[in-house]
Design a protein around this ligand. Structure first.
Ligand SMILES: NC(=O)c1ccc[n+]([C@@H]2O[C@H](COP(=O)([O-])OP(=O)(O)OC[C@H]3O[C@@H](n4cnc5c(N)ncnc54)[C@H](O)[C@@H]3O)[C@@H](O)[C@H]2O)c1
Length: 449
């Protein structure tokens, strides 16, 4: 067991670094288990690197967490930098601003951690540099747009002993944790899971445009790897910068498949097409359908996933299907439900309601039966049991809290670099399988960085 020295012996910053360096071992120590208090300050100085849509979401979530102080914000686009800096001023966080992360690392000597929310192709270089500078890193998904980049991040985290949390925030979401630990773990409520079905469908959206007068010059764009303002604003669709919808959105959900099934896939078959957008502008397919095959501890599972960038039907969710029931889970609580199969013994699930694992279905008013209106072969729809109300399911805050508490030595990271790496292997392979037009296998070694 790692011995924890107190803050007074080491100094606050050194203490935080040494606890982070001790990594998983310290986090597992019963002495400092979740919820216990350590005799040191919880203050953390952090920086935001990349202040776009997601960076601002992280900023707004993190700033609500006690003892978090934004000391710096960095973004190459003055328009976003000004936006973020204005928000920090409004919250009275004294901070410096930077365009280039290298200048920030050279100047800021009292940072504990950095939140990285730049486009995917920057993650590896920036995360490695921050880890090498002795900082703990929360890096948005996709961890990297290349496996080589992702591997370098895992290696840097190991080499430096700093923490690297990947932004698959469902890993810290109380609803997801309840379903994983209690419904599927303790209660095995679905029986034997044989199938998974998930999707992220979004309405067709044109390219992002630039507010008038906010264009960056060609030299600045080129310095940071962008060919034009249009490409800079729509990097997700560009090969070499992002990984397309499968990597962008699918990574969150395939991460949940792996987590809930307690396994990594054996192979994947995939189809991708440009059914709507032009290949010249949207380099990645706008429609992707993939089937992963798993050998789980309880048997084989086929797992379908689709992401459609041209129609938002039914939004986004993951559905786990077993011989005794189905769990539908998503970030928005209204999409979640648990459905028993019809031949479950009557009242069987009431035990789970009494145990507090589920909430009973809401009573629906009886509809008058119209003779001949229902085909006798149709199954009666199952009742919808609800997930118990779990406090404040704020999408990103739980994951940030977990990261900060891990730095403080109070928790174990829920999505450390090696888990992020496994997910990257799974989703990047789909793009390869589309290119190859064939089923591709995974070897167990492939998942090890
Ligand atoms: N976890 C989630 O649910 C979630 C949701 C959305 C986005 N994301 C991830 O967050 C990241 C950012 O996505 P976004 O939607 O905010 O993109 P965005 O384009 O809105 O923002 C990216 C920001 O990074 C800045 N930037 C670009 N290159 C830079 C560099 N080299 N150095 C410093 N700043 C740079 C841009 O100026 C911009 O402000 C991506 O990795 C994305 O996959 C995660």
């Amino acid at each position: 067991m790692v011995k924890v020295r107190t803050q007074t012996a080491l100094g606050r910053r050194q203490f935080l670094r040494s606890t982070a360096a001790a990594g998983a071992a310290i986090a597992l120590s019963p002495m400092i288990a979740r919820g216990s208090s350590a005799s040191k300050s919880d203050d953390l100085n952090i920086a935001l690197l990349g202040a776009g849509e997601q960076g601002m979401t992280l900023l707004e979530a993190a700033i609500q967490i006690p003892a978090i102080h934004f000391a710096a914000v960095c973004d190459i686009w003055p328009y976003h930098l000004k936006w973020a800096s204005g928000r920090l001023r409004a919250y009275r966080h004294k901070h410096s601003t930077y365009a280039d992360y290298r200048d920030m690392l050279a100047a800021e000597k009292d940072l504990d951690a950095v939140l990285i929310a730049t486009p995917d192709f920057w993650h590896s270089e920036q995360a490695v540099a921050c880890l090498e500078a002795g900082l703990n890193v929360y890096c948005e998904k996709e961890m990297s747009n290349t496996l080589d980049g992702a591997r370098k991040m895992v290696a840097a985290a190991r080499r430096t002993g700093r923490l690297l949390q990947i932004g698959h925030q469902r890993r810290s979401n109380p609803n997801y944790i309840h379903c994983h630990d209690t419904l599927l773990g303790k209660a095995r409520i679905l029986g034997r899971i044989t199938t998974v079905n998930g999707q992220w469908n979004r309405a067709a959206k044109g390219f992002n445009g630039c507010p008038r007068g906010q264009e960056m010059d060609a030299a600045t764009l080129g310095k940071y790897g962008y060919e034009s303002m249009e490409q800079f604003l729509n990097w997700r669709w560009c090969k070499g910068l992002g990984g397309g919808p499968m990597v962008d959105l699918g990574s969150h959900q395939i991460d949940v498949y792996n987590w809930f099934l307690g396994a990594l896939p054996r192979c994947v078959t995939a189809h991708g097409a440009h059914n709507f957008f032009d290949k010249a502008t949207h380099q990645w397919p706008d429609n992707v359908m993939a089937i992963y095959e798993y050998d789980t501890p309880t048997g084989p599972v086929s797992a379908f996933y689709q992401t459609i960038a041209t129609n938002s039907c039914n939004g986004y969710y993951e559905a786990f299907m077993g011989n005794e029931g189905t769990l539908v889970i998503s970030e928005p609580a209204h999409r979640c439900g648990v459905y028993p199969e019809p031949y479950n013994p009557a009242g069987h699930w009431d035990n789970w309601v009494r145990a507090g694992y589920l909430d009973a279905p809401k009573k629906q008013p009886e509809k008058p039966k119209i003779p001949g209106a229902v085909d006798a072969r149709e199954s009666v729809p199952p009742p919808k049991y609800l997930l118990p109300e779990i406090p404040a399911n704020l999408y990103h805050q739980g994951h940030l809290r977990n990261f900060f508490n891990a730095i403080r030595g109070k928790e174990k990271l829920t999505c450390p670099a090696d888990i992020g790496y496994e997910t990257a292997v799974c989703v990047l392979k789909v793009n390869q399988a589309i290119e190859a037009g064939e089923k591709l296998s995974f070897t167990p070694d492939e998942f090890k960085a």
